[in-house]
Design a protein around this ligand. Structure first.
Ligand SMILES: Cc1cc2nc3c(=O)[nH]c(=O)nc-3n(C[C@H](O)[C@H](O)[C@H](O)COP(=O)(O)OP(=O)(O)OC[C@H]3O[C@@H](n4cnc5c(N)ncnc54)[C@H](O)[C@@H]3O)c2cc1C
Ligand code: SF4
Length: 517
């Protein structure tokens, strides 16, 4: 182990793991600090009871809401971070997301870079994470300079039926971009077996393009890379000027350790990255490290998300359901002046998962068991953009605990999207088969603890008084400090954030390599 590293990266998820990959390939000496361990490979990986009911892979952390009430956030501390459990729907933001967008509750601000500047990094990210897709089907999608590296994952018969009906009704369904290592042309060679336990589960056979499998594992034998697991970073120390991070303080096996690197990249996830910076307050940085702007922790976003189980009399035998998306409501329509968001599929319901997610769904139970409900449901996921509000923020208390205040925005748009979904279901012939006489959709909004899409908290921008990071994701106030995870998002758009975090890590990695030449 070396004493001084070129770059210390804190967190090995979409941002940190990918950054490590980019920098290690450029020959930099990397120390990757990860508070979790490798996620164990075991049959429980694919068992809904341990995963959804027992929450086996969810951290034991307690965070606190604005009333001081503790809750268990649904986050995952493993090598690979949240991507170990993610659905691998690897979407690009739309070109419009990089510009200012007006919403019913306010403005989603422009990014300091354009879609065209970001585009090459999206292409690289798609190649690296083996994204399967079909560019050109989705009218809202931006230009691709390079085609997807793999053909789109095919729809199974029920989804194909729905897709055909949607097209006939005038919608523009598309094949969702998926980061799974499925070779449909040669199934015998395929790493992915196309199973039903993907979205929200770890992949037992390591065929999901997650940050551990794609980015971290290939580095493990490299002499220039050191991975320390069980290494929770608690604080960053600076020199007397406050302009340079000189020590990364780690708690490991109950001991305090301090590491030095020329550059430090915080990639602990939006809430935890803010926590580390806020808990690193010092004389030179009294409000928290890199927080002269008072923006660290603010503008926390995590989407308005809703899962909807649409019930039909006929069975839905789909195994891998996450193949279809609809962006007809992503931008304002002729009937509604505000953007509503994205509709996609979520992993196929099963009774155990439903019980774990929302126990009161058992109200169906007297007539239909949860197993019946799950077997007949077609499962949708709706995302509407939430706005970066300064008071939606992460703070820490005197003991260093993490608090989140959050008030929803754009709920009207989200409700309108749900109404559009109901129309879609009617037009795709599903309502006629509903067991209950009128349209009844089991529907649940994700509470604050379901912070899968957390972002914001250290937004990038050109003005140091209103942003934490510059356009290269370097802290305005500290010369060798970067934040490279979803914290940098100035707005979140309405598609899943993973690919944008990955693309940005490659972009920042390239900048760091040039800076160190
Ligand atoms: C169930 C689920 C489904 C999802 N589905 C999708 C999807 O289909 N598509 C999509 O694009 N996105 C999806 N996401 C979101 C996606 O996984 C995240 O946006 C992405 O992983 C964020 O990357 P990140 O680098 O910001 O954080 P993470 O990937 O969470 O990485 C943060 C890392 O930092 C580590 N860490 C935290 N604190 C410390 C500390 N103090 N010291 C050291 N290490 C620390 C954590 O253990 C973790 O490894 C999903 C997330 C979940 C949970
Ligand atoms: S669908 Fe493929 S990638 Fe997903 S969990 Fe199953 S085998 Fe793994």
């Amino acid at each position: 182990m070396t004493d001084n590293y070129d770059v210390i990266i804190i967190g090995s998820g979409a941002g940190g793991g990918t950054l490590a990959y980019a920098l290690a390939n450029a020959g930099k000496r990397i120390l990757l600090l990860e508070r979790g361990d490798f996620l164990p490979r075991e049959l429980d990986n694919w068992d809904p009871k341990p995963v959804f009911v027992d929450g086996k892979y969810i951290s034991k952390d307690t965070w606190f809401d604005s009333d001081g009430k503790g809750f268990q956030p649904q986050i995952h501390y493993f090598v690979g971070g949240a991507t170990k459990l993610y659905g691998a729907a690897l979407y690009r933001l739309r070109p419009e997301d990089f510009k200012e967008i007006k919403h019913v509750d306010g403005i989603s601000p422009a990014w300091p870079v354009s879609y065209d500047e970001f585009e090459p990094w999206y292409s690289l990210a798609e190649q690296m994470y083996q994204v399967h897709g079909n560019a050109g089907e989705d009218p809202t999608e931006g230009r691709h300079s390079v085609p997807y590296p793999w053909p789109a994952v095919s729809h199974e018969p029920r989804l194909q039926q729905i897709s055909d009906a949607l097209t006939k009704a005038g919608y523009h369904p598309f094949h969702a971009p998926c980061g799974i290592m499925l070779n449909e042309a040669r199934r015998e060679m395929s790493e992915c077996i196309r199973c039903a336990t993907c979205d929200g589960y770890p992949c037992l056979v390591h065929a999901k393009a997650d940050a551990e499998v794609i980015a971290v594992r290939p580095l493990l034998d490299r002499p220039n890379v050191t991975l320390l697991t069980g290494a929770e970073v608690t604080r960053l120390e600076t020199d007397h000027s406050g302009r340079t991070v000189t020590g990364v303080v780690v708690s490991r096996d109950g001991n305090r350790e301090v590491y030095q690197g020329d550059i430090v990249a915080v990639s602990a996830g939006a809430a935890n990255s803010a926590k580390i910076l806020l808990n690193s307050a010092s004389d030179k940085h009294p409000k928290g490290l890199a927080n002269f702007s008072d923006q660290v922790g603010r503008n926390f976003m995590f989407h308005n998300n809703r899962t909807v189980a649409a019930l039909a009399k006929e069975k839905n035998d789909t195994v891998y359901q996450k193949t279809l998306g609809i962006n007809d409501f992503y931008l304002p329509t002729k009937d509604y002046q505000w953007p509503m968001g994205n509709i996609q599929m979520v992993g196929k319901s099963n009774a155990e998962a439903m019980r774990g997610e929302k126990p009161d769904l058992t109200w169906f139970a007297p007539e239909w068991s949860l197993t019946d409900v799950a077997e007949h449901s077609v499962d949708w996921w709706l995302s509407t953009e939430d706005l970066p509000e300064p008071d939606n923020r992460v703070t820490t208390d005197k003991d260093g605990n993490l608090h989140i205040s959050y008030t929803n925005t754009n709920l009207e748009e989200h409700d309108r999207l749900y109404e559009e979904l109901k129309k879609i279901l009617n037009r795709t012939g599903m309502a006629a088969h509903h067991v209950l006489r009128k349209n009844v959709y089991a529907c649940m909004d994700l509470p604050l603890s379901g912070c899968a899409h957390q972002s914001g908290t250290c937004r990038f921008g050109t003005d140091p008084s209103t942003s934490v990071l510059d356009v290269n994701c370097r802290a305005h106030d500290v010369d060798n400090l970067y934040v490279v995870d979803t914290s940098f998002f100035p707005s979140i758009g309405a598609v899943n954030p993973g690919l944008t975090a990955i693309a940005n890590a490659l972009r920042v990695g390239d900048h760091i390599v040039s800076r160190m030449r």
